[in-house]
Ligand binder design. Structure first.
Ligand code: FES
Ligand code: FES
Length: 216
């Protein structure tokens, strides 16, 4: 059936059939998953878009322990840690939620990663280390202790991410210069401006570890 052009009152040059046919071809050319192939015969068939929904239970290996979580495909690792675990692991902080600040940094496969940008389902079975995995209030890691000793925090929201990133940086580059440390930690932002104290803390750990290796 031809449709009327409201401006001219004449039959429209573009029919519903040709519009749908064109739209289907554009979708297919653009690689949209689930778009129906275009053909003369099925031009009026609406494109089908496949969506993933529902939740699934899985095991996440966090700080050396297997933890069961029920997550949707869209659930971030950050959300799973803070909201889906029993008990929750709230040491990892959410600040920007968009991969800009580093407050949510954890180790995945030993490498620092923004947990707000990592989907929980992609982390199943991979070793994950959060700030809780390095030490506790009663038994802090050397980096955690050094952040306390050097006043490496004000509001503290960025601190867990910095602690995780500092552990990773010092493991990767134990003898890093100050400039190299700044580069290694450049994925973490502190809105309170505690950077000099953070770098002091990292350098103090470097010195302590070097003394330990030298046996002095
Ligand atoms: S909360 Fe993930 S990068 Fe800011
Ligand atoms: S101590 Fe407040 S954001 Fe870093």
């Amino acid at each position: 059936m031809r449709e009327m052009d409201p401006s001219s009152g004449e039959p429209s040059a573009i029919s519903r059939r040709s519009f749908l046919k064109g739209a289907t071809q554009v979708a297919a050319a653009g690689g949209i998953i689930g778009a129906a192939p275009a053909s003369e015969q099925d031009a009026e068939v609406e494109p089908e878009v496949e969506t993933l929904s529902g939740s699934a239970s899985m095991e996440l290996l966090v700080n050396g322990k297997s933890r069961s979580v029920e997550v949707e495909p869209r659930t971030t690792l950050l959300h799973a840690l803070r909201n889906e675990m029993k008990p929750p692991l709230t040491g990892t902080k959410e600040v920007c939620g968009t991969g800009s600040c580093g407050a949510c940094t954890v180790l995945i496969d030993g490498q620092p990663a923004y947990s707000c940008l990592s989907l929980a389902v992609t982390c199943a079975g991979r070793p994950i280390t959060t700030v809780e995995g390095f030490g506790s209030a009663d038994a802090m890691s050397d980096v955690q202790q050094s952040f306390c000793d050097k006043d490496g925090m004000m509001c503290g929201f960025c601190t867990p991410g910095f602690v995780v990133a500092t552990h990773a940086a010092l493991d990767r580059a134990p003898k890093a210069s100050l400039d190299e440390l700044k580069y290694e930690l450049s994925g973490n932002f502190c809105r309170c401006g505690t950077y000099p104290h953070v770098f002091d803390a990292a350098q103090a750990v470097q010195k302590d570890r070097a003394r330990g290796e030298d046996g002095r």
